[in-house]
Design a protein around this ligand. Structure first.
Ligand SMILES: [Zn+2]
Length: 291
């Protein structure tokens, strides 16, 4: 018969205790993460969604979901103006100018003189904190209008919100070095080594995380992502990307997904990515005290 030594028993007791403590802190972490307020840095209240959800219903959905601030864009921009007009005191709305009037503009906006005039006119509203989300890939980013937009954003301290491959991002940054750029979907499928290299090279890129399918691994935050977020805690924001109307029906599910993923990070990093980075990007840090 094997008689466990006193030291062995103590060691086992310690391990049991340690496992309990770890389980407790994991539970505490996830309980905390479930309450995280969110800054939704990627949504579109487009004309199709407006026919289904009233601006008040959108505000109610954000309230219910714990989305406390949004980077608002829409096609056309009227949707964003409608949301602002609600004057919801508890939801911070950061409006971006979308350079699309109708859906097909997505494909040729950067070479369309009408869009140039449209953007100039929209800018006169004086309310926008950035331009986007726009789509641009590869050499299209060398189009003169793209270069103009990048320089204009730099000159007026506006952000760009680009759905772009890494090639297009680098071309944009060559047109206007130092321009602030939210990289929609953090490139979506850009290898993480390349993302990391670009973050090191271009300090003004912020990665938005929607549709990054590699974020989750075995039901939790992918360790590669965890390392990148911990290395660059100020450089990521979350987004629902409600780009088609059915995706508006998934907003609560997407918020729960982000809270589950962020629960795998140190609390401070999770808070930054969930909410605080979005605020500080637009000089809204004082809102923290109202949480
Ligand atoms: Zn989008």
């Amino acid at each position: 018969m094997h008689v466990p030594s006193k030291a062995g028993m103590a060691c086992r007791k310690f391990l049991t205790l340690l496992a309990g403590t770890l389980a407790f802190s994991a539970m505490a972490a996830s309980a905390y993460a479930q309450q995280l307020p969110l800054f939704d840095a990627h949504m579109h209240y487009n004309v199709e969604a407006r026919s289904v959800l009233s601006p008040q219903q959108v505000i109610d959905l954000w309230r219910k979901t714990g989305i406390r601030a949004v980077l608002a864009t829409s096609r056309p921009n009227d949707g964003t103006l409608d949301l602002i007009a609600q004057k919801a005191p508890d939801i911070t709305i950061v409006p971006f100018l979308r350079p699309y009037r109708v859906q097909p503009d997505r494909h040729d906006w950067f070479s369309n003189a009408e869009i140039d005039a449209f953007v100039e006119k929209e800018l006169q509203r004086g309310i926008y904190r950035g331009i986007g989300e726009f789509h641009i890939f590869g050499k299209d980013a060398d189009a003169p209008f793209m270069a103009k937009i990048a320089r204009l954003a730099k000159a007026r301290d506006l952000w760009l919100h680009a759905h772009a491959d890494e090639d297009a991002v680098e071309r944009i940054l060559r047109h206007a070095p130092g321009v602030k750029l939210i990289w929609a979907h953090t490139g979506m499928s850009t290898p993480l080594d390349k993302v990391e290299q670009m973050f090191a090279q271009y300090p003004n890129i912020v990665g938005e995380l929607s549709y990054r399918m590699d974020l989750e691994q075995d039901g939790a935050l992918n360790p590669r992502w965890r390392a990148l977020m911990t290395k660059y805690p100020n450089r990521f924001v979350v987004g629902t990307d409600a780009w088609v109307t059915p995706r508006w029906g998934q907003v609560e599910e997407l918020a729960a997904f982000y809270r589950r993923m962020l629960g795998g990070l140190p609390r401070d990093v999770a808070e930054r990515i969930a909410y605080r980075n979005g605020l500080s990007m637009f000089g809204l840090e004082e809102e923290r005290s109202t949480r």
